[in-house]
Design a protein around this ligand. Sequence first.
Ligand code: NAD
Length: 438
Amino acid sequence: MPASESTGAADDAGREDDVGAGQEWGSTLYRVAADQFDRAGALLDLEPEFVTRLGHPRRSLVVNFPVRLDSGQVLGLTGYRVQHTLTMGPTKGGFRYGPDVSLGECAALAMWMTWKCALLGLPYGGAKGGVRCTPGELSVGELERVTRRYAAELIPVIGADRDIPAPDMGTGEREMAWFMDTYSQMVGHSVFEIVTGKPVALGGTTGRREATGLGVVYVTEAVCERIGLDLREARVAIQGFGNVGAVAAAELSAIGARVVAVSDTSGGIVDHDGLDIAAVARWVAVHGVLADYPHADHLGPAEVLEVPCDIVIPAALEQQITEHNADRLQCQLVVEAANGPTTPEGEVILRSRGILVVPDVLANAGGVTVSYFEWVQDHQRYSWDELDVRERLRRQLRAAFTRVTDAADRLDCDWRMAALSVAIERVAEAARVRGIYP
Ligand code: NAD
């Protein structure tokens, strides 16, 4: 297969301003990821060879495919899979469904997956994929057909030891089960280890569903110990009440922290004395969204970031803390549960105000770490119990945080640059000793 099978980002027309030659991955998010890589590379004095080898995705696949709707009409969809580096082993990363999914977005997220896996010491390169669609407008049957066709389209580039997808925004256990079944039908036998984040009945691991949110809490605990903040006394505001945000909220309130605000697409709710997160979760389970929750004050979905508190956890989507609102955050710590929630401009303002940022590649690495545990268990045909999963996750994340703080001291930089530096050094060293084929 050639280095890039991309058909270019012409499919993104209407979203990207300028998609000239060599700009295939152009998107705001990709520029953020590339800018971070450039800055960490400069800090490390990274040799130009490794800037060339790691600065762009190694392989991209863009597919257009038809799906028959329940009405009988045919919907044309575009799907992506981007593999950032093939140096570290198979690639790993989720696939998402959303109206803004693009090649550039997948490329940025794939690069972050590489750094996340390297920081955590997992034997993977980064990947990411997705289908541009609006899942809320599709029936269950239509979503199944989208997922099965997308899985079939990816056959040339995926495999249990080549590229292992997982859930991301808009996808979950259900989609992973369809994906696993489709792949297994095509190769003629059950291959549990082709995806992670599966139902336990199909070789999923206990603890995967909660892993990212739980990991956010384990990292936050370690950070609080370091900066002398008592997490059990802390007030926390969380943007996003999905797989990551709702679990983080539940775990935080279980250990005694006061979750004062949460939000979803329908809006935000706030109670300065602390929300009853179990009651909020029950409300969402029945009504689907936070809107009209009766026991709190209401505010806009982004305003939750500006509520006075100790810790803000963006756990919704990218580019939420920007030059337009960073000066209004009233906290001492931002823990990036979402991928890329802070723009470079927003981060400059946070830094100037002394607000610490725990970078996404560390804060939300619990998901891929437990995905790795799932993959290992699938290969071993042996299941670990939940306590085992949780303890290993906590140990692995705390060790990664120590690597980050050690690098921050050594390189005299913030935690994001430290985390990226540790990761880039690892991948560059592997690339160095592997050399270049031929
Ligand atoms: P999800 O789809 O389960 O939940 C997303 C939540 O954010 C929902 O509550 C949604 O209503 C809310 N939301 C969306 N737009 C919003 C807005 N503008 N304002 C406020 N809330 C908004 O997704 P998730 O799996 O929880 O993922 C959240 C973030 O965490 C994403 O950035 C994802 O890439 C990242 N992440 C997820 C995992 C994982 O294992 N699920 C792992 C690593 C990183």
